[in-house]
Design a protein around this ligand. Structure first.
Ligand SMILES: C[S@@+](CC[C@H](N)C(=O)[O-])C[C@H]1O[C@@H](n2cnc3c(N)ncnc32)[C@H](O)[C@@H]1O
Length: 209
C-alpha cells in the first residue's frame, strides 16, 4: 500500500504506525534523524533536498526492505546507513555495512553506538572490491550503482540462494534488461511504498553468463 499521507505530514508517528515500531525503537530513530541533520552540516550524507523528508524518503524507504530479505545482510555502499542501519534498528540484523568514505563510516559508528545497535552491525571502511569474503543471506544496496555493477561487485559474496534486494527507480526494467546481457537471474519486482514509479528488484540465483 502506498504511503497515503502528504510528504509534509509524514513523520515519526506515521512511520511508527506503518512499520509497527515500538516507542523505544522510535526513540532510536529520533536520535538517528537528529544526528543525520547535525552531521549533514559537515558532510553530504543525503541529498540536501531530502533531509526534511527523512522519515518517508529515507527511513520508510529503507524499512520496507526488511520483510524482503533475511539476516545476515550485506549493505553495499551504505552511505548514511540507508538501509543497513534502519534494518538493524528494526531488529533485522546482523548487518555488514560497506562504505568507502571514512567520514561516513564515522557517522555510521556514532549512530550505532548512540542507538545501542553496535553489536548488530559491522561497519567496514572499505571499497566493496577490497572486502574479505562474507556469506550474507541478503545483499542490499540503495542508490549506489546500476544493477550490473552491483552484480559485478557482489557476486563473489553470493550463492544460489542468496537474495538480492535492490531498490530501483522508474528505470528498473531498463537496468534488468542491461544486466541480463551479462548475468542470468530469477527476479521479482516489488512496488515501492514510498514512490509509485519505483520498484524493488528481488533477485536470486544470480550467475554470470
Ligand atoms: C549515493 S550514495 C547512497 C548511500 C546510501 N545507500 C543511501 O541510499 O543513501 C552511494 C554510496 O556508495 C559508496 N560507494 C560507491 N562506490 C563504492 C565502492 N566501490 N565501495 C564502497 N562504497 C562505495 C559512496 O561512498 C556513497 O556513500
Amino acid at each position: 500500500m502506498l504511503v497515503d499521507v502528504s510528504r509534509e505530514t509524514y513523520g515519526a508517528d506515521q512511520f511508527a504506525e506503518q512499520f509497527d515500531v515500538s516507542r523505544e525503537t522510535l526513540a532510536c530513530f529520533e536520535t538517528y534523524a537528529a544526528m543525520l541533520a547535525e552531521w549533514q552540516g559537515r558532510m553530504n550524507l543525503v541529498g540536501p533536498a531530502t533531509l526534511a523528508q527523512t522519515w518517508e524518503r529515507h527511513f520508510a524507504d529503507s524499512a520496507q526492505l526488511v520483510p524482503l530479505g533475511a539476516a545476515p545482510w550485506l549493505d553495499l555502499g551504505a552511505g548514511a546507513g540507508l538501509p543497513g542501519l534502519v534494518i538493524a534498528l528494526l531488529g533485522g540484523g546482523p548487518v555488514d555495512l560497506v562504505e568507502a568514505t571514512g567520514k561516513k563510516t564515522e557517522f555510521l559508528a556514532a549512530v550505532a553506538e548512540a542507538t545501542g545497535i553496535a553489536d548488530q552491525v559491522r561497519i567496514h571502511r572499505s571499497r566493496i572490491e577490497a572486502m574479505p569474503l562474507l556469506q550474507p543471506a541478503t545483499i542490499v544496496a540503495r542508490a549506489c550503482a546500476s544493477l550490473s555493477q552491483l552484480f559485478d561487485w557482489g557476486i563473489r559474496f553470493a550463492g544460489p540462494t542468496t537474495r538480492w534486494v535492490l531498490p530501483k527507480g522508474a528505470r528498473a526494467a531498463d537496468e534488468i534488461a542491461e544486466a541480463r546481457l551479462r548475468f542470468r537471474f530469477d527476479h521479482d519486482l516489488v512496488p515501492s511504498v514510498t514512490d509509485a514509479q519505483a520498484r524493488i528488484v528481488v533477485a536470486t540465483n544470480v550467475r554470470r553468463r
